[in-house]
Design a protein around this ligand. Structure first.
Ligand SMILES: [Zn+2]
Length: 132
């Protein structure tokens, strides 16, 4: 994975091809009980400041999901693709809510209803529901 800057924002880019279900990364780093702008939520009150996770952007058409402490591919990801996940799956309450550029939905956490995102596009939904 490559930490980089794309269009003036941080981004994480795949340096190899991934297939559906591949574990791309295991989040690791300083744990916090509350979210920050750069943390990734991996449990009810568990937010990790991971050196790669801080570069990951939201997408309502994501190619990964955060599952337990791992980043997993939800479809084939080609070299050069940006790695994204949908914040509303795992972030209970975002530290900095925002308007999604794609669907124009106000994204503030797991209560967000995104018109674009379809949970059935991946097979880990039961675990995600359990996390909520
Ligand atoms: Zn969106």
């Amino acid at each position: 994975m490559l930490k980089t800057i794309v269009w003036n924002r941080k981004a994480l880019v795949a340096l190899q091809r991934y297939n559906l279900g591949d574990t791309i990364h295991t989040f690791n780093g300083q744990m916090k009980a509350t979210p920050t702008k750069t943390s990734v939520q991996i449990g009810l009150h568990a937010h990790v400041e991971d050196e790669y996770g801080t570069f990951m952007n939201h997408s309502c058409l994501p190619n990964t999901i955060v599952h337990n402490q791992q980043l997993i591919a939800t479809r084939t990801i080609n070299v050069g693709s940006e790695l994204t996940y949908n914040y509303i799956n795992t972030e209970t309450t975002l530290c900095k809510p925002f308007i999604c550029h794609f669907c124009h939905t106000y994204i503030d956490g797991t209560n967000t209803v995104c018109p674009t995102y379809k949970k059935h596009t991946f097979s880990f939904s039961n675990d995600i529901v359990a996390l909520r």
